[in-house]
Design a protein around this ligand. Structure first.
Ligand SMILES: NC(=O)c1ccc[n+]([C@@H]2O[C@H](COP(=O)([O-])OP(=O)(O)OC[C@H]3O[C@@H](n4cnc5c(N)ncnc54)[C@H](O)[C@@H]3O)[C@@H](O)[C@H]2O)c1
Length: 259
């Protein structure tokens, strides 16, 4: 049985994670941490209330894995708390720089693994892989990422990772047209690895991304849409199962998939 503590358990992703883990035969939620709802009952988990403090919850329940879907401003402290106690971490909260992740993993107690994924939707992982492949032949590319209006970071972690994968794969870096002649600042987007990235934030959206390639007389669009948050759950469950079998730092669900 894999014992799991969910951090950010009352949030949109955290609540979905509690539900998904509770539906598995080989894992269970032993603590649900969310200071905003401390003491209130956790829906679906009879007798359990939200814990106010991650460190205390870990000390009390000794979980194998901590899953974090909180906020960019608190995730680093949460991961440090869990790794320092030898608890494997599955981190969905975006906004952590690679250097911070490396530092956190270096300071883990024992063989605790730090797994972080900018996107747990398997379709989104495929979108990133296909985009990296396409960029070898169509190096002119722009990324449009679209999210709900309460997302804390921009560009999204998925867009940053897509840009990094494209940059590693394409052999030529084309000049970006229109960059020097913007009439309104930001019209050409933000530049990540020399790729324009456009962030849309609107109510009604969940998580979407389109990678647009242009070539001679042709365009190619690779698009992924997470229509609701259940799209992330098969990836979260896979990561909870796989992460205790690893150590160090693992970034991206593709490491647990045969793609
Ligand atoms: N990797 C992915 O596939 C993926 C998918 C969706 C969202 N996300 C990211 O997950 C994060 C959470 O998203 P959300 O939509 O669920 O946000 P949300 O605001 O609905 O939930 C965050 C929860 O964290 C709680 N929280 C705040 N500080 C805390 C702390 N110190 N300890 C424990 N809990 C704390 C809040 O009270 C809140 O309930 C965001 O960074 C988002 O970008 C990642």
């Amino acid at each position: 049985m894999i014992d799991v503590v969910v951090s950010g358990a009352a949030g949109k992703m955290g609540a979905e994670t509690v539900r998904a883990i509770s539906g598995q035969a080989d894992m269970r939620v032993v603590a649900a941490v969310d200071p905003a709802r401390a003491g209130e009952p956790v829906p679906g988990l009879e007798g359990m209330t939200y814990s106010p403090d991650l460190g205390t919850a870990i000390d009390d329940t000794r979980p194998l894995v901590m899953v974090d879907f909180t906020h960019p401003s608190v995730v680093e402290g949460n991961v440090r708390t869990a790794l320092g106690r030898g608890v494997h971490c599955v981190v969905g909260t975006t906004g952590l720089a690679r250097e911070t992740l490396e530092d956190l993993a270096r300071n883990a107690h024992g063989a605790a693994c730090l797994f972080s994924a900018p996107n747990f939707a398997i379709g989104a992982v495929l979108m990133m892989q296909f985009s990296a492949q396409a960029a070898k032949y169509l190096p002119h590319v722009e990324i449009i990422e679209l999210h709900h209006d309460r997302k804390a970071d921009a560009p999204s972690g998925t867009a940053l990772k897509t840009a990094a994968m494209i940059a590693a794969s394409r052999e030529t870096v084309p000049v970006i047209p229109g960059r020097e002649t913007e009439i309104a600042e930001g019209a050409r987007g933000a530049f990540v690895n020399d790729i324009p990235v456009h962030s849309v934030r609107l109510p009604g959206l969940v998580a979407h991304q389109e990678v647009l390639f242009g070539g001679q007389g042709q365009t190619l669009s690779i698009r992924h849409d997470s229509i609701d948050r259940t799209s992330f759950m098969p990836g979260v469950i896979l990561a909870v199962r796989e992460t205790p079998r690893h150590s160090g730092l693992v970034i991206g669900l593709e490491h647990y998939l045969d793609v």
